[in-house]
Design a protein around this ligand. Structure first.
Ligand code: PLP
Length: 360
């Protein structure tokens, strides 16, 4: 069986270094808000050439806390792509703001900048974009719109660690870059973790307070905060893996190139553009007979996934919250299929997937 993702295989290269780090943290007797977290935050900020990185407990919290730290009032409208994972929308609801959905571009799957301005109202205070599947959004027009309407820009980088637009890393365009280190992400911990990067000293201080019970001095609570801290053990393991992020991304790009070069044209493949450095968190294709294709591949020992089977506006949880028609999102959700493309996969496995797919 070729698994869609096998986290043992994707991590085994790091096991020896993980064990050393685990012993260090164990022996240190310090597990929350310590040197390992500080080190990782400094390394992740340096990697992005930004002033601050603040570790939090998850990608969802990174998004929610960014909105809370931004200072925009409750009930503000936040522009967000209709084609995303539910967490992006949930963060807006948890921050007591209102999501306003914008359809994607059918060839990049990312928010269509041309459709943003028609959704801006006097209540709009922020745009939360998502660099889906490891491809950056089209940043020039988005940054321009934020400037023109004075909007806060939050980037959901949960799928885009190391992805670039015109040579610039995702997460560094906006006021906040929110990351998830969920185990399957390109930079994945061995549990839940996330972080926010920002160049704003004031925002960074606020995020630090909010993640730690609203406190910057122990037992003195200045704002109504959360418990959302990135623990020492996960931070230490992430420091190990951060050194290999470029290698992980290069491997995924190499596998993606095999698909791009060899899959027959019946499958709609991801677009490639010289302005974009894609990291293929997910390598997807689209096909009108997606469900049949998925069954066929499984019968031939190849596991695939669907990201995502149900768009946010069709989720039961969003009854009475999200309304409107999003036919482009629905088209993507009905036809997309994610193929094996992880750090744990070999080129031989990908050639095997290609061979089976091309017989469909
Ligand atoms: C994974 C993901 C998140 C949420 O990250 P968690 O760490 O699981 O909370 C948010 N947005 C997108 C686009 C994601 O893929």
């Amino acid at each position: 069986m070729i698994y869609y993702e096998n986290l043992f295989n994707s991590n085994k290269k790091f096991f020896d270094e993980f064990r050393i780090k685990f012993n260090q943290v164990l022996n240190s007797g310090w597990f929350i808000l310590g040197n390992e977290l500080k080190n990782f935050e400094n390394e992740f900020a340096a990697k992005h050439n930004v002033r601050h990185c603040v570790g939090v407990a998850s990608g969802l919290d990174a998004l929610t806390i960014s909105l809370l730290a931004s200072g925009i009032p409750e009930k503000s409208e936040v522009i967000v792509p209709s084609n995303t994972y539910i967490a992006t929308i949930l963060s807006i609801l948890h921050a007591k703001m209102n999501p306003v959905l914008v359809e994607p571009n059918i060839s990049t799957y990312n928010i269509d900048p041309k459709r943003i301005e028609e959704k801006i109202s006097p209540k709009t205070k922020a745009i939360m974009i998502v660099h889906l599947y490891g491809k950056s959004c089209e940043m020039d027009p988005i940054v321009e719109i934020c400037r023109k309407y004075n909007l806060v820009l939050i980037e959901d980088c949960a799928q885009s660690h190391g992805a670039k637009y015109k040579g610039k890393l995702t997460g560094t365009f906006g006021n906040f870059g929110a990351f998830s280190f969920y185990p399957t992400k390109n930079l994945g911990a061995l549990g839940d973790a996330g972080s926010v990067i920002t160049n704003d000293d004031n925002f960074a201080e606020k995020i630090k307070k909010i993640r730690n019970y609203g406190s910057s001095k122990k037992y003195y609570n200045e704002v109504v905060g959360y418990n959302s801290r990135l623990d020492e053990l996960q931070a230490a393991l992430l420091s190990v893996k951060l050194k290999y992020l470029d290698e992980i991304n290069d491997h995924k790009r190499k596998l993606a190139q095999i698909y791009l070069d060899h899959l027959k044209s019946d499958f709609i493949k991801p677009v490639v553009d010289e302005n974009y450095f894609d990291v293929y968190h997910i390598f997807n294709i689209r096909h009108p007979k997606r469900d049949q294709l998925k069954d066929y591949l499984l019968a031939n020992g190849i596991q695939t996934e669907i990201h995502y089977p149900v768009p946010p506006h069709k989720q039961k949880a969003m009854d009475g919250i999200l309304s409107g028609e999003y036919p482009i999102s629905e088209e993507i959700h009905n036809t997309t299929l994610s193929l094996p493309c992880s750090f744990g996969h070999t080129e031989e496995e990908i050639y095997r997937v290609v061979e089976v797919m091309n017989k469909f």
